[in-house]
Design a protein around this ligand. Structure first.
Ligand code: ADP
Ligand code: MG
Length: 317
């Protein structure tokens, strides 16, 4: 049997079922039952070796991350994840590598009840592309274009850890394993996104850098934002590994955080504290929505701070 088909068989054997999967792996396409009154939310993200993860990343971590970044997009839309597809480009059809990859991928899929329903397997440079499909009540998705003047700006968790890990990896010196785990195994804020859909006006997940991603919300909403630098929550390990100046750059421009940034009316402050407690994820107010069209980062004395760059852009240099 050609290696491609034995690999697909191995994948199919390990993929979990769901009642709403009418037809999964094995035919020309999958058939999925979308419940009445729901809308389908679809996200796709690719991970390329050396671009989206260091070349030394374990197969299981690549598997986890490939799904995590997609579930993070669904979380930012307030969607309930349901199904996914997986395109694998592999330099060699290594069953061992695929098994390791599936360990990470399917562990995260099981945590969120997501069924792998199809994909594609090809030979080429190591690259993984995933689509994730989720469901929302019709018309209730969280979008980038709903921010209102006067809204609070919030962030989940503590941004900057993944960028800190990458900076340490690039420097080649001492490396903190807990920071590296945040780079390799980001936590998609799925439950937070679902709960916030009822109270937030706009949301985005932070993949390319906090200031850059907030810029997308501003552009979509036709608004400006002020970010208070001193309000940005830092994890203890990030604070221990970097001085305040470096930390600020990592937190504002690093990316790969997969935290959610969202805006909500002031009246929602207590409700958001309740949600944070219920889902077990810290939520911190870091600024506000203002008239204008730009994201401005402010020192505690109100002076404006400009980072060396705003975030990660492909093809930028
Ligand atoms: P086709 O040539 O008709 O596109 P394939 O031979 O590529 O079909 O795939 C056969 C079946 O295996 C399809 O159902 C496809 O979705 C599934 N499949 C292929 N690769 C993967 C993968 N990496 N992960 C999950 N399902 C896969
Ligand atoms: Mg076909």
């Amino acid at each position: 049997m050609p290696a491609e088909f034995s690999l697909i068989d191995a994948i199919a054997r390990r993929a979990a079922a769901r009642d709403d999967v009418v037809l999964g792996i094995g035919d020309d396409a999958a058939i999925l039952a979308v419940p009445a009154g729901r809308q389908l939310v679809v996200a796709m993200d690719t991970l390329n070796a050396g671009v989206h993860f260091p070349e030394d990343t374990a197969a299981a971590d690549i598997g986890w991350k490939a799904l995590a970044v997609n579930l993070s997009d669904l979380a930012a839309m307030g969607a309930q994840p349901a199904w996914c597809t997986l395109s694998l480009s592999l330099p060699e059809p290594g069953a061992g590598w695929v098994d390791g990859f599936l360990d990470g991928f399917l562990t995260l899929a099981a945590l969120h009840g997501v069924a792998l329903v199809g994909g594609d397997t090809t030979r080429g440079p190591l690259s993984v592309c995933v689509t994730a499909h989720g469901l929302v009540e019709a018309g209730r998705a969280l979008r980038r274009d709903g921010a209102c003047v006067g809204d609070d700006l919030w962030v989940t968790g503590a941004p900057g850890d993944a960028a800190g890990a990458l900076a340490q990896w690039r420097a080649g010196g001492e490396r903190d394993a807990a920071l590296r785990a945040r780079l390799d195994r980001p936590t998609p804020r799925v439950e937070a996104g679902l709960a916030l859909a009822a109270v937030a006006h706009a949301a985005i997940d932070v993949s390319d850098g906090l200031l850059a991603d907030l810029g997308h919300v501003c552009a979509a909403s036709g608004m400006g934002m002020e970010v208070e630098l001193d309000a940005l929550p830092a994890s203890p390990m990030l604070a221990a590994a970097f001085d305040p100046g470096q930390r600020r750059v990592l937190q504002c421009t690093g990316g790969d955080d997969y935290e959610l940034c969202f805006t909500a009316a002031r009246e929602q402050r207590e409700g958001i504290a309740v949600i944070a407690e219920a889902v077990g994820v810290a939520m911190t107010r870091i600024g506000r929505v203002v008239p204008g069209d730009a994201v401005v980062a402010l020192e505690c004395d109100g002076r404006r701070w400009d980072p060396p760059r705003r975030g990660f852009e492909h093809f930028a240099d």
